[in-house]
Write a protein that binds this ligand. Structure first.
Ligand code: PAF
Length: 274
């Protein structure tokens, strides 16, 4: 497996390939990321993982500085998973000058849910993903459904810009107790970790109520928020949305339940399709 830090070398190494399959990441890889790499392998003639902690998608008060950077361990996992090439640029390499051209996703999709609580987040994500897909000349790119809204925003961006990339989403990987795998789980204390699956449990109980025919969405959302708060969480949102565009559902729509909440200082997100 090649580990590459510069665009010039990336272009040279990728020149012989017609169909790069790319997994964009911020590193600190867990089994969920490795599943993305395994999914990517049959999709192209070369499998590329990118590792870049993207300052543009972090607000000043967020965890950009403390975000775990574990390049060597990440590369060992990627090599074992059969990744061919890792592109891990420095900030100077990817953003040699201030990135003043940015991709602003539409408010209806990107200013709700995560975008409401993390203003500018999806502009940062779209800008870096657009750039990474261009740098790697991706023909397929794989993302996790844990970041459900992110996946949707990226799909829409690629479609509206007619980018020649298939966007593939894969199911969320979970620990035995149901906690969705996330690099941020590493911030949890032992006590918090033992509580952390409560987020997926609460979303599951909303999903169960929906399956049982409950259509009082506002009450289900409020009950879930109260339930989380009673367990010591600080919830940002629990929302029942339409799967296709994350808007308020109409009768008969396929649904997804999304939630974000803080346990101590750690903000976790999760979702369940119904
Ligand atoms: O999901 C992530 O890890 C990041 O948001 C991404 C897609 C790699 C862009 O920085």
């Amino acid at each position: 497996m090649q580990i590459i830090h510069t665009l010039a070398e990336l272009r040279e190494q990728l020149a012989p390939f017609r169909h790069p399959a790319v997994v964009p990441t911020m590193g600190n890889l867990h089994d969920g990321h490795i599943a993305l790499v395994r999914r990517a392998r049959p999709l192209g003639d070369v499998t590329v993982a990118t590792i870049f902690v993207n300052r543009l998608q972090f607000a000043p008060h967020e965890d950009f500085d403390s975000y775990p950077r574990t390049l060597q361990a990440d590369c060992e996992k990627l090599a074992a998973a059969g990744c061919d090439l890792v592109f891990a640029p420095s900030e100077q390499e990817l953003y040699p000058q201030a990135q003043t051209f940015k991709v602003h996703p539409p408010a209806a999709l990107a200013d709700t849910l995560e975008g409401h609580f993390r203003p500018g987040f999806f502009t940062g994500v779209c800008t870096v993903v657009m750039k990474l897909l261009a740098c790697t000349q991706a023909r397929s790119a794989v993302f996790g459904k844990k970041d459900y809204q992110q996946l949707m925003v990226i799909r829409e961006m690629v479609q509206q810009f007619a980018m020649p990339v298939d966007i593939v989403g894969i199911e969320t990987h979970r620990s035995g107790d149901g906690l969705a795998l996330s690099s941020r789980n590493g911030y949890l204390s032992a006590g918090e970790r033992s509580q952390a699956a409560q987020l997926s449990e609460v979303l599951s109980s909303v999903a169960q109520a929906l399956r049982a025919g409950d259509i009082d969405f506002p009450s289900l959302e409020v009950d879930a928020l109260q339930n989380l708060a009673a367990k010591g969480w600080k919830p940002d949102y629990v929302a029942i949305r339409r799967q296709t565009d994350l808007q308020t559902p109409q009768p008969g729509d396929a649904l997804v339940v999304l939630g974000a909440a803080r346990l101590g200082n750690t903000r976790l997100i999760d979702n369940l399709e119904v």
